[in-house]
Design a protein around this ligand. Sequence first.
Ligand SMILES: [Mn+2]
Length: 288
Amino acid sequence: MLLNTYEPWKFAFSQEIEDITENSFGIIGVPFDSTTSYHSGARLGPIVVREASFGFEKFNTVFNKDLTATFYDFGDVNVIPGNCEGTCNIIEDTVNELLDLNLKPLIIGGEHSASIGAIKALSEKYDKLTVIHLDAHRDLAFDFIGEKYSHATVMRRAHEMGVNLVQIGIRSSSSDEEEFVKSTYNIQTFKNKDTHKHMDAIEYYLTNIDGPIYISVDMDVIDPSLAPHVGNPTPGGLFISEIENLLVTLSRKNVVGFDVVETATDRLGDNTAVVAAKIIYDFLTLIE
Ligand SMILES: [Mn+2]
């Protein structure tokens, strides 16, 4: 257990936290959704995603291999309901505790603001961090309804930390966000239609990234016919096979952190929770 976590459930196939194998992944859940503007419920994401993880076999038929990676589940962060900045600080401290153990953070959200603390900790550890951001939205607003710390400002805060950004699956943004992207040099965009028509080009681009990578998956990147229970469902998203292709490419890179956020449901066996669990399960299968 880390200093500021509790343990409601563990992700399937996770190891006991005894003799820690370094350079493995450490899971933390972030049961927080206080800045949610539309569909609330992401605070229950960590528990339903963990529960859904038990529906998978150790043998991953898609990739024809067993899930053999060593990883640990440290439970959920003690969030501060109603206080996003304070919660981001707690997440940053908790991720730094994982980094001190030579573990890589794997975060189950919770609303997208969970990424802010994790990217802050990693951007201070690594000089040249690239954030691969899978999302229907850019999340590049300077503030959202006056709030700088929000699910809608995550990647603006990350960009201020000096990271390179690659946004994939984008299909909803403001004109201010588009202007901001044009005014910078280090934000690469692959819109949703690019993932359908030009996946080879995306894979080529990702393969050629130098340096450490943080992957942030907002579940609304996926088509809402497959994953409807998210904070801001947006029609016309990625399909499962496209996510699998991206994970195969990214798992060959130096991934130093990973999050899957915005699962917003209180129902066990919910389809969005199952897809979120599959993304984590697939990633953990592919990294070993
Ligand atoms: Mn989004």
